[in-house]
Write a protein that binds this ligand. Sequence first.
Ligand SMILES: C[S@@+](CC[C@H](N)C(=O)[O-])C[C@H]1O[C@@H](n2cnc3c(N)ncnc32)[C@H](O)[C@@H]1O
Length: 339
Amino acid sequence: MKTVTPPSADRLIDEIMGYRKAKILMVAAYLDVFTPLESARTASALARRLALDSRAVEILLDALTAIGYLRKRGRQYVNAPISRRYLVRGRPGYMGDNLKYQEMIWDAWGDLRHSIGKGGAVRPLEYWLLRHKGFTQEYIRGMDNIARGPAAEISAIVAPAPGSRLLDVGAGPGTYSLAFLRANPAMRATLLDLPSTLKVTRRMLAQFPALAARTRLKAGNYRDAAFGREDFDLVLLSHITHDENPEVNRRLIEESFRALKPGGRVIIHDFMLDPNRVQPVFGALFSVHMLAYTEGGRTYTAAEYGNWLRRAGFSRLTERRIAVKSRNSSRIIIGVKDQ
Ligand SMILES: C[S@@+](CC[C@H](N)C(=O)[O-])C[C@H]1O[C@@H](n2cnc3c(N)ncnc32)[C@H](O)[C@@H]1O
């Protein structure tokens, strides 16, 4: 007879350890403990350097060692390979800004219980963007940390005609526009975003003066701004629709339709769920992230985007998976405004 092993409570203990591990990592990234730990140091030497408490730093570094982000020899700690690659400031794969932004928005997760009663964020994105000092910079840099791979992939798939004009709505750091401009020397891009974000965008674009010369920064609120009338060959909505409710998203797509020349294309890029809404796991959890810090955002299904696009007048819809091998793979849906 087949015996069924009852589920182990260890599973629950593992899940609870999940938030502790996440918080430890985000705080360590926020404090930038990994950059100085390219050289082996004791906890007290690191605490002195970062002006922190030595006993507390020792506890934090032991925990980071326990979960594989540091190595400990005697009383000295040094980065493990994963930290060296992704958490040392200045490295090409640096993801510390993203963890730092997630640490800054941790309190939104603290509100989750109340968000579920209320049906949306207690302190929505606008609160964090407009009122929380320093948040916009980390948020926008954090977007850039995770956008470079997908941006290069999307610009190659879309392959615009020479001289195309792109409108990048909610452009943030401009990583997607820059990837298009890099791959298409005669292209120009308009980056639409909130004025507070564009201050950060401008500083980030300054690192690439030749590409920046082909951009125009347009300050505005995408919820009520006119995007233009038959001015663009491409409109990109990347990772903005998950912040918004269906009504705003329908408007964004209708406004994109008006802004495109006949034959132009809209590209929606986002995390998307399968029709059952429970796969992929990243998308289902990301939806809760949106519940915690937006008023009406969530992860949508590809079918929902398809309906909004067709209703706005787009046809010949195509869908592609982006960064398929990564845990946070996303999708694009491209719609054409027929001639
Ligand atoms: C998640 S980020 C996405 C950035 C970029 N598109 C990307 O994919 O990396 C969302 C962006 O939308 C911008 N945003 C949020 N609300 C906005 C609004 N009402 N009007 C214009 N931009 C807005 C934010 O400033 C931020 O740059």
